[in-house]
Structures are given as C-alpha cells and as structure tokens.
Write a new protein. Structure first.
Length: 180
C-alpha cells in the first residue's frame, strides 16, 4: 500500500513479501531456466534476482533454496522473482498455496497443497491468521480451497510434507489478476 506523489514517485507505507516455497532443489533444466522445489515447477527469466549463486548452472539437486515469485497459470508453477540459496543442514520446508481436500473445514489427517500431500496429524502448532490459536495436534480449522502456509519436513519418496505448523487465513493483499 502507499501513495503516488507526482509522476513516477511515491511513498510505500506497507510492503509484504512471502516466499512461495522453501526446500531442496529437484530436477534442473538449465536450457529452459526451470527447476523444481518439492513438486513446484520454478521458472526463471531475465528479471529473476539470484542471491547466493551466480546462475542456475551453479545449483545442484538437493541444494536448499527459498523462492519468491508469482503464480503461473499452470497449477503448481511459479515465475521466480527472487531465489535465495540457503545454507545446508536445515531440513525444514515451507510451502504456500491452496489447501485442497480438507473435509468439513477440519484438518485431521491429509490434504494437498500445490500437488504435495500434507500430513497434518502430528502438527504441534496450528496458527490461524490473524490471531494465533493453539489447537490439539492434528486438528485445525482450515477451509477447503483456502490459502495456507505449511511448515514441516519433506519426504521426496512420497511427495509428502509432515506438517509441524499450519498457517491459515492468509488472504492476498490484492485479488489475484488485479493490479489495484
């Protein structure tokens, strides 16, 4: 949010940036400037800012990255605006997307986000934005088809995040497909 003072100058009064995905790099296609993180397809272009590595060719499968970007029309795809190479060692992953398969608004098992299965049974902390709410492990009030951030550990063999934290109630600052 902010205001335009004159011409192309203005003042920003509030700025929000959320990463789309944090995790290990999967397949890399240097020629197409594309790679995967979890099961999210990340597309780079000439405007993508690289932080901690000089080019896509310098990344290897298993390297940990944090990707900021814009959702593409293809489900589970992001046009990267910034990619940060993160230190090795931390196995926590994060994924922002739409929760699908939530039954009756309660998470008591599994649902999907961006094509990744989320096992929420052992989620120790459930945070429902904008007010933090502690709920029993494995139970969260999350509406189906709502925007969520999942934090946990990732099993590539089953394409599953075992959630340690779920954040729901995330609404876009502006509606999708709208610049106002």
């Amino acid at each position: 949010a902010g205001s335009i003072i004159t011409g192309n100058t203005g003042t920003i009064t509030r700025l929000t940036a959320q990463s789309a995905v944090i995790g290990p790099v999967g397949g890399i296609d240097v020629a197409s400037q594309r790679f995967t993180v979890l099961s999210v397809s990340v597309q780079m272009d000439q405007n993508t800012i690289l932080d901690g590595f000089p080019s896509l060719a310098a990344l290897a499968a298993g390297d940990r990255v944090e990707v900021y970007g814009l959702p593409l029309p293809t489900a589970g795809a992001v046009l990267a605006t910034r990619i940060i190479k993160r230190p090795a060692g931390d196995t926590t992953v994060e994924l922002l997307g739409i929760a699908n398969g939530v039954v009756n608004g309660l998470v008591a098992g599994r649902f999907t986000v961006q094509g990744v299965t989320v096992a929420a049974v052992n989620a120790a902390t459930i945070v429902v934005a904008p007010v933090a709410t502690a709920m029993p492990p494995g139970i969260a009030a999350i509406p189906d088809n709502s925007r969520v951030r999942v934090v946990g550990t990732y099993d590539a063999a089953t394409n599953t995040i075992t959630a340690t934290r779920l954040v729901s109630g995330l609404t876009p600052v502006r509606p999708d497909d709208n610049v106002v």
